[in-house]
Design a protein around this ligand. Structure first.
Ligand code: AMP
Length: 210
């Protein structure tokens, strides 16, 4: 089962991907998490990506395409995968098509800009495993601690208000055209992401189990 989750930053892709990954026993490939990890460990790629990421801009296509190509060639992707945060531009989607992987489902999670701003400014993530939480809507069992791995929850640099607005602008310009791209390929489903995590997941399961 090869799945792409589309949607603005903060639409809930990471949260839904974590639940789906567990349910179907397939890995999530989050380009954002891979880049943050590279940044943390100080690799060349991490150094290249840092200024883009901190400013809420997209990392150049060739860098991200390389990351995904490598990751998809690993053994654990053989039975399927969930792409979270890739592709984000038309050239990235075209590169993915050229890799010869058969994407079966593309799910666009729709959320209004207003709600995105509220969500991202209250978002906290685990600094170890990247799992997302929210100060109000999705609290961990113990304040400041990740339920999944016990890591410390932190605010991402790019979740500050000015950077959020920048990321949303880029989303509308660069990433939203992918909705049409996949509609034309007959792969697109749309779910509402404004409700609870559970409601969105229920709608998503209807797509996969139809
Ligand atoms: P995310 O965690 O998905 O919100 O990604 C955080 C940041 O990583 C983005 O704002 C970009 O700077 C970078 N990034 C992640 N995925 C991509 C992608 N597919 N294309 C370009 N930049 C990306």
């Amino acid at each position: 089962m090869n799945i792409i989750l589309l949607g603005a930053p903060g639409a809930g892709k990471g949260t839904q991907a974590a639940v789906l990954a567990e349910h179907y026993n397939i890995p999530t490939i989050s380009t954002g998490n891979i880049i943050r990890e590279a940044l943390r460990t100080g690799t060349e790629m991490g150094k290249k990506a840092k200024s883009y990421m901190d400013a809420g801009q997209l990392v150049p296509d060739d860098v991200v395409i390389g990351i995904v190509k490598d990751r998809l060639s690993q053994d654990d992707c053989k039975n399927g995968f969930i792409l979270d945060g890739f592709p984000r531009t038309i050239p990235q989607a075209e590169a993915l098509d050229k890799m010869g992987v058969n994407i079966e489902y593309v799910v666009d999670i729709e959320v209004s800009d207003e709600r995105i701003i509220n969500r991202l400014s209250g978002r906290r993530v685990c600094q170890d495993c990247g799992r997302p939480y929210h100060l109000v809507n999705l609290k961990p069992k113990t304040e400041g601690i990740c339920d999944a791995c016990g890591g410390t929850l932190v605010q991402r640099k790019d979740d500050h208000i000015d950077t959020i607005k920048n990321r949303l602008e880029i989303y509308h310009k660069e990433t939203e055209p992918l909705v049409d791209y996949y509609k034309k390929q007959g792969k697109l489903s749309v779910v509402q992401g404004s409700d609870s995590v559970e409601d969105t997941m229920a709608d998503m399961m209807k797509v996969f189990e139809a």
